[in-house]
Design a protein around this ligand. Structure first.
Ligand code: ME8
Length: 516
């Protein structure tokens, strides 16, 4: 089992039949913030993202373009490979399901399930949704009011009737065990609404799952029966084990079980039902948590290829700073709820929280330090209640941010930081350093300037997982030298009072200019 100091976070592996868009950015940015926060807290982080390359959809998309599936996959992988660094994504590994290591892991997983008698051969006849790659039983279609129209309960597109020889996974064996696990681990599935959704689904009865196909070839063959290709979801879900080293179990368990799988609500059933049952059948530990976030629309519209520019990362990054996008996506909508991306909402939030509040606090503090003390800090020789209140707020903010991020409550973490920023601006007004300077109250002026700059340093530290580049730009002004966000550690940098007497800051240079 993984050690308490390790932290393993994953994103879904994204299909290669679509271009990366805002939705993929969202989950990956969220995972990156968790990874950065935990690294800063001293944990040994393993952050995994990647691509899902197999399946009928990819095969069909490649055929349409007249190329091999692997050529299509290579093209889309290239897009992700350039996009993630532009968004400061700090993944430790990038998994491709077409890789040899994954091929080996999936076949080992299959053998393990087969040896545990969790797999049997039968005839498969059902309704299949090609775009969603999911199978639907008659009962499910009737429950979902889709029986008449024969359309997919999820995407509403037409279903195909399929009949073929297939291997099955004994999913039904695990219904009670899964319910027990969910009840015994209240934090296993989040948010609570999704947990209830899964409970209702499992309680309604689990049917054995068809896990092989003979109708297409772009996938991993079933061991010892090469006419069958392993069902894409078994293939895809196993990626979370491949990357840490499965089937080398000792290596794998250095990171596994995952601390959190971040996913969108669209793929909840696969992660919170099929995956845990597969793992139980294989005798492997379950992930500690699965968080299914909400769905973004753009300017009120569903995101689709036809929407073009609005959601294309390259266009978004041409007009917006990457860190500002990161901040906005995690601040605007409580993680778990649906949200709408609009230019006006982004501008409003940027101007009020980043330009007016945080940017202004940094600028005015450094400007006063320059004006009154030539940018050099003096250690305070006095401390008043108003100073102690600011320090206490900073220290409780550090704890609150950590707690919020343990729950993936990104918006709460950011709001808590913003509370301190507003406190800082109030502190400036209430202490009026300009009046202290005028009256020659030097000891008090030194104390006020010190409390401001030291608060800002600790605010920027907490902001750095969200906005690594902007935080580094702010911290460089405060520290008087270039700061690299990746090197920040709370154990060394997180305590109050680390700035020494005589420390020289830089002159202010705006990090968040107002947006029109
Ligand atoms: O489902 N809003 O891949 P995928 C928010 N390969 N998030 C969104 C979004 C939106 N409008 N659109 C996409 C697959 N996402 C499988 C996963 S995992 C073992 C296999 C994000 O390319 C969200 O994280 O369709 C969603 O779950 C994921 O992209 C789906 O990506």
């Amino acid at each position: 089992m993984s050690s308490p100091s390790s932290y393993y976070v994953t994103t879904p592996i994204y299909y290669v039949n679509d271009e990366p868009h805002l939705g993929h950015m969202y989950t990956t940015i969220a995972a990156d913030v968790l990874a950065r926060h935990q690294r800063m807290s001293g944990r040994d982080v393993f952050f995994l993202t990647g691509v899902d390359e197999h399946g009928q959809k990819v095969q069909q998309a490649a055929e349409k373009r007249g190329i091999e599936p692997i050529a299509l996959a290579d093209q889309v992988v290239e897009r992700y490979a350039t996009l993630w660094p532009e968004l400061s994504i700090s993944n430790d590994d990038f998994i491709r399901t077409s890789s040899a290591r994954h091929h080996q892991a999936v076949q080992a997983m299959w053998r393990r399930l087969r040896d545990a008698d969790a797999i049997y051969q039968g005839m498969y006849e059902d309704w299949y949704c090609v775009p969603c790659e999911s199978y639907w039983t008659e009962t499910q279609l009737k429950d979902g009011d889709c029986w008449e129209a024969k359309h997919c309960p999820d995407c509403k597109r037409g279903l195909e009737r399929v009949q073929e020889a297939s291997y099955f996974f004994r999913l039904s064996d695990w219904q009670d065990k899964l319910l027990e696990h969910i009840h015994a681990h209240p934090d296993f599935i989040a948010p609570a609404s999704r947990r209830n959704e899964v409970l209702r689904f499992v309680e309604s009865g689990l049917h054995d799952l068809s896990i092989s196909r003979t109708t297409f070839s772009w996938g991993i063959p079933v061991p010892d029966d090469e006419g069958h290709v392993i069902y894409v979801w078994i293939d895809a879900l196993t990626n979370y084990l491949t990357a840490p080293g499965f089937p080398d179990e000792q290596a794998c368990m250095e990171h596994w079980p995952a601390d959190v799988h971040l996913i969108g609500k669209d793929i909840l059933r696969f992660h919170a039902v099929y995956w845990p049952c597969m793992l139980m059948a294989a005798g492997l530990p379950l992930p500690k948590r699965i968080f299914a976030h909400g769905w973004w629309t753009v300017e009120g519209n569903k995101m689709s290829k036809s929407l073009g520019n609005a959601v294309r990362p390259a266009d978004l990054l041409a007009t917006h700073d990457a860190d500002v996008l990161r901040y906005f996506l995690l601040r605007e909508v409580p993680f778990g709820q649906d949200g709408d991306f609009s230019e006006s909402a982004l501008t409003r939030r940027y101007n009020s929280e980043l330009a007016n509040d945080l940017g202004n606090l940094l600028n005015r503090s450094l400007a006063m330090l320059k004006k009154y003390r030539n940018s050099v800090l003096n250690q305070p020789t006095t401390e008043e209640a108003i100073d102690r209140a600011l320090i206490a707020d900073i220290e409780s903010m550090q704890r609150d941010v950590d707690e919020a991020l343990q729950q993936q409550a990104f918006h709460q973490a950011l709001e808590r930081i913003n509370v301190v920023v507003r406190h800082g601006n109030r502190y400036v007004e209430e202490n009026a350093p300009w009046a202290l300077a005028k009256q020659g109250e030097n000891a008090r002026l030194d104390a006020v300037l010190y409390h401001l700059i030291e608060s800002l340093r600790l605010i920027c530290l907490q902001m750095s997982p969200f906005m690594p580049t902007k935080a580094a730009a702010m911290l460089s002004q405060i520290m008087g030298q270039e700061v690299d966000s990746d090197q920040l550690r709370l154990a060394e940098n997180g305590g109050w009072g680390a700035l020494p007497h005589g420390h020289a800051c830089r002159a202010p240079s705006p990090v968040f200019p107002r947006m029109d």
